[in-house]
Ligand binder design. Structure first.
Ligand code: C5P
Length: 224
């Protein structure tokens, strides 16, 4: 049986990570959350007051940033580490979500992240979710999925996720954040979010997580 690359792209809070993680588990593949990488860079930029208008400062910061993933011994989920520190919880907070799309639109940031993502997927057997995986990171991926869902449903799901982590945020604030991120992500010059021509479109508004996973695993099986 051969190993393939599964690229899962789509708008913010469409449930990409949840589906991607479970698909990877079923196929015994690695899972990479590229949004977490951009969030970790954003956290570093916030903490170190990196000016997005200063390319030299950005290049130096990118040299100093080391992002790794490690499996949590109890939850078995993949935690994000920034220079050896577990930042999994911090990068999901609203103050990071508020800045992440601006940071992700910077060309130098994208080049550094894409290069690292391509190295991670070299040996295939990987499920990667993000915004440009099927179009830029792995345009040759054997399976490309583009996920979408109703904006209100997405905001409600995001609110529940934040609540489960102890952060209470109003629905209108979440909707505004998702709208802003989607706008920046789809309108930036460097690798904007768009559906790859050969991607399978899944609108999961009325689908359960199990249904989504079954669908994607079925699509993958047909290509393995
Ligand atoms: O997936 P998540 O919502 O955590 O991603 C956070 C942000 O990171 C997105 O809104 C987008 O601006 C950026 N991103 C990106 N390219 C990716 C993954 C995420 O620009 N491949």
């Amino acid at each position: 049986m051969s190993s393939i690359i599964i690229a899962l792209d789509g708008y913010s809070s469409c449930g990409k990570s949840t589906t991607a993680k479970l698909v990877a588990q079923q196929l015994h593949y690695a899972y990479i959350d590229t949004g977490a990488m951009y969030r970790a860079v954003t956290l570093y930029f916030i903490q170190n007051h990196i000016a997005l208008t200063n390319p030299k400062e950005i290049d130096k910061a990118l040299e100093d940033i080391h992002i790794t993933f490690r499996l949590h011994p109890v939850t078995k989920s993949s935690d994000t580490f920034l220079n050896g520190m577990n930042v999994e919880h911090e990068i999901r907070k609203m103050y990071v979500s508020d800045r992440v799309s601006e940071v992700s639109a910077v060309a130098e940031v994208r080049h550094a992240m894409v290069a690292q993502q391509q190295r991670m997927g070299r040996s295939k057997g990987i499920v990667m979710d993000g915004r440009d995986i099927g179009t830029v990171v792995f345009p040759e991926a054997e399976l490309k999925v583009f996920m979408t869902a109703d904006p209100l449903m997405r905001a409600q799901r995001r609110q529940s996720e934040l609540l489960a982590k102890g952060e209470m945020v109003d629905l209108p604030e979440i909707m505004a954040n998702l709208e802003k991120r989607d706008y920046i992500d789809t309108h930036r010059d460097e690798s904007p979010l768009r559906q790859a021509d050969d991607a399978v479109l899944i609108d999961n508004t009325f689908m359960t997580v199990d249904e989504q996973v079954e669908l994607v695993v079925g699509l993958a099986d047909a290509r393995i």
